[in-house]
Design a protein around this ligand. Structure first.
Ligand SMILES: Cc1cc2nc3c(=O)[nH]c(=O)nc-3n(C[C@H](O)[C@H](O)[C@H](O)COP(=O)(O)OP(=O)(O)OC[C@H]3O[C@@H](n4cnc5c(N)ncnc54)[C@H](O)[C@@H]3O)c2cc1C
Length: 387
């Protein structure tokens, strides 16, 4: 076993089942096997491949296949087992899993010492009244952005095309700038408009983020409609309403791309150590990490890969501590160290170390590259995260 401070292993070979092979689940997997290589890990995910989703907006430049890693390859690399399945995580099912220390998947009973739930957060679903004129985030996990957009634009040959992007958060903005550059590369005259429910884009970040992104949008001729709610897209029109007056109005729009955020309805509450809370009591053998887990602690619950990785690491360490002697676990205290939002292939805005410390351009892009490279190294079995 590699050195894990404050832990003397009691049980020799643990059985750990990890539900969800995203950033948090795979980090828990690699860290468990780093500190306790004899652990038997079973990974369960309904998909066949891990998706490096933080690059998804780049599929206007690179093939989606570059972002996919088959779970069978990951499990071969780390000598663990993969089961393709969707696990029932209803509250009564979880209580049952804890009582029996067993869950049933694809009609197979799986015994575990510890269960890790790392199922992420799905994007908010909209009523897809007209799928030909609507694209959601989940569509990009099935097809290259370039193919998806070209296909839809071909259905609508008009040179007057207007593409609406709904949502000026990090995901919407990253897609907006990529699409703008893509249209320029393919010499398509479609106009872009951004619909956002707040006065400024990127409003969850320090002020400079929105100011800089809006300035770049203006330079590129992208129309911005702040304080506006989206209702639906139909027959070449988008129905919107003013946030204050609630007056409804329509604008021309051939296609709408929805980036309206994540659905946090199915979030699991955990204690500061990552153990799931049910009926106000922790389930000692069930941990949760990533976007689906809200930790009751001082650490960051941001829906970010950065927090997902840190929660995944903590859960791995706490499982080993809990199973060993003296059983003392470590609370989650991670604070974000920075965040970079891409503004197309050659620009970005971010903060590093302190929120007032803004960076743009090549410096921001370089930081983002380093962070992504760190995650790639983790998946190859080399953990370079210091905190
Ligand atoms: C375009 C884009 C860009 C982003 N860029 C950044 C960035 O630059 N920096 C950053 O920090 N964050 C970024 N994020 C956010 C980041 O990707 C998420 O916060 C991160 O993926 C959360 O990791 P996770 O492991 O919790 O969930 P996910 O990575 O979403 O993984 C969840 C996994 O669980 C599986 N699953 C779901 N339900 C079940 C079930 N019932 N049973 C079994 N398995 C299940 C899913 O198939 C999936 O594989 C970005 C997000 C997007 C969409």
């Amino acid at each position: 076993m590699a050195i894990l401070p404050f832990n003397i292993a009691k049980q020799k070979e643990l059985n750990v089942v990890i539900v969800g092979g995203g950033y948090a689940g795979l980090t828990a997997l690699t860290n468990l096997l780093q500190f306790a290589p004899e652990t038997h890990v079973t990974l369960i995910d309904p998909r066949e491949q891990h998706l490096k989703i933080t690059h998804l907006h780049e599929t206007f430049r690179y093939p989606l296949t570059d972002l996919l890693i088959p779970f069978t390859d990951i499990c071969k690399r780390f000598a663990c087992r993969f089961i393709q399945a969707n696990v029932n995580l209803a509250p009564d099912a979880l209580a049952d899993y804890q009582n029996k220390k067993q869950l049933t998947v694809n009609e197979e009973a799986l015994d575990f010492d510890y269960l890790v739930i790392a199922t992420g957060c799905n994007a908010i679903k909209s009523e897809n009244t007209n799928p030909e004129e609507l694209i959601s985030l989940s569509d990009f996990s099935l097809k290259n952005g370039s193919d998806l957009l070209t296909q839809r634009l071909n259905l609508n040959e008009s040179s007057e095309s207007v593409i609406s992007i709904v949502g000026g958060g990090a995901t919407g903005i990253q897609f907006l700038f990529e699409i703008q550059k893509f249209l320029y590369r393919i010499n398509h005259k479609a106009k872009l408009q951004l619909i956002h429910s707040s006065p400024h884009v990127l409003n969850q970040f320090p002020d400079g983020f929105g100011t800089y992104a809006e300035y770049r949008m203006q330079e590129m001729g992208i129309d911005f409609h702040p304080n506006i709610y989206y209702h639906h897209q139909k027959s070449g029109r988008i129905l919107l309403s003013d946030k204050e007056t609630r007056n409804q109005f329509e604008l021309p729009s051939s296609l709408t791309l929805l980036f309206t955020g994540k659905n946090q309805e199915n979030t699991f509450i955990t204690n500061a150590f990552g153990q799931l809370i049910a009926n106000r009591l922790p389930l000692p053998n069930i941990f949760s990490a990533g976007d689906c887990a809200h930790y009751q602690s001082l650490g960051s619950n941001a829906l970010s890969a950065q927090s997902a990785v840190r929660k995944g690491k903590l859960v791995a360490r706490n499982i080993l501590r809990h199973s060993g002697f003296p059983g003392l676990m470590e609370p989650y205290l991670h604070q974000n160290l920075g965040y970079v939002v891409n503004l197309g292939p050659s620009d970005a805005i971010g903060w590093l170390v302190a929120e007032g410390n803004l960076i743009t351009g090549i410096s921001a892009l370089t930081i983002k590259e380093i962070v992504e490279a760190q995650y790639d190294l983790l998946l190859s079995g080399i953990d370079t995260y210091l905190v």
